[in-house]
Design a protein around this ligand. Structure first.
Ligand code: PEP
Length: 245
C-alpha cells in the first residue's frame, strides 16, 4: 500500500499535471498494489475523473458522524465521493489541532467498517532520544484495545522528527518498530488482527528501496515527495519491484 498525502497543497491545475506525470512514469504491470491519494477534499471529484485502475481516493482526516460538525467531512460524504480510506491521527492533526488519543479513538471506533482507517503513530525527537519510542507507540495504540478492527485497518509509523525533515531512522530500526506495532495490535484487538504497517517520514525515490527491502514494511505514507506525480510513480515502481515481483 502506498499513500500520497497532499496535505493542504494542490490546485485543479496541479492535479491534472500530476496525473500526466504519474501515468508517464508508472509501470502498469503490478495492478494489485493499493495506491491511495489523499488530496484536499475539494479536489476528490476531479481526481476521481482523472484516476484509473488500482488508484483509490481517500481523506486526510475524517469525522465519523454527519450533522452539527462545522467544517468537518463526514464518513458518509467520503463514501458519497467513493473514498475508501482515511488517514487518522496524523501528527500535524495532533500538534496543530491538539487532537488527543481519545478523539482519535472516537473516529476509529465509530467508522463502523465503512472506511479503511490508516492510524498514524510515532514519537517526537525528544522521545526518540530518551529511548521512549516503543512506550509512546504502545500508548497511541492502546486506543484500539478490545475493539474488533476493520480487516484492512492499517498503521503508519511516522516518527514526528522524520516528517518533512530529510531525516529518517535506519531501515533496520523501522523494521523493528513495525514488528512491534504488528505484535501490539494483534495482542490488543479482539480479532487478533496483524495490520499492514506503512513507514512515513521523508520517503523519496532515493531512499524508498532501503525501506521496502525490510520484511515488516508493507508500504509507505508519503508527503512532500508525493506532490510530484513522476516521483510518486517512481516510488510505486520501486515498491512493485521489491514487494510484488
Ligand atoms: C507525512 O506528513 O505524512 C509525511 C510522511 O511527510 P513527508 O513525506 O513530507 O516527510
Amino acid at each position: 500500500m502506498l499513500i500520497a498525502n497532499w496535505k493542504s497543497n494542490g490546485s485543479k491545475a496541479m492535479a491534472k499535471n500530476w496525473f500526466n506525470k504519474f501515468f508517464e512514469k508508472y509501470n502498469f504491470k503490478n495492478e494489485e498494489t493499493f495506491i491511495g491519494i489523499a488530496p484536499p477534499f475539494v479536489y476528490i471529484e476531479q481526481i476521481n475523473i482523472l484516476k484509473k485502475s488500482n488508484i483509490n481516493t481517500g481523506l486526510q482526516d475524517i469525522e465519523p458522524f454527519s450533522g452539527a460538525r462545522t467544517g468537518a467531512i463526514s464518513a458518509d460524504m467520503a463514501l458519497d465521493l467513493e473514498c475508501c480510506f482515511s488517514i487518522i491521527g496524523h501528527s500535524e492533526r495532533r500538534e496543530l489541532y491538539k487532537e488527543s488519543n481519545n478523539q482519535i479513538k472516537e473516529k476509529i471506533i465509530n467508522l463502523d467498517n465503512k472506511i479503511i482507517p490508516i492510524l498514524c503513530v510515532g514519537e517526537t525527537e525528544k522521545e526518540n532520544i530518551a529511548g521512549k519510542t516503543k512506550q509512546v507507540i504502545q500508548n497511541q495504540l492502546e486506543i484500539i484495545k478490545d475493539y474488533e478492527l476493520h480487516d484492512l485497518f492499517t498503521v503508519a509509523y511516522e516518527p514526528v522528527w522524520a516528517i518533512g525533515s530529510g531525516k529518517t531512522p535506519h531501515a533496520e530500526e523501522i523494521n523493528e518498530i513495525h514488528k512491534f506495532i504488528k505484535d501490539v495490535v494483534q495482542s490488543i484487538s479482539t480479532n487478533d488482527l496483524v495490520p499492514d504497517v506503512l513507514y512515513g517520514g521523508s520517503v523519496t525515490h532515493k531512499n524508498a528501496s532501503s525501506f521496502f527491502n525490510q520484511d515488516f514494511v508493507d508500504g509507505a505514507l508519503i508527503g512532500g515527495a508525493s506532490l510530484d506525480g513522476s516521483i510518486f510513480a517512481e516510488i510505486v515502481n520501486i515498491y512493485n519491484g521489491t514487494k510484488n515481483k
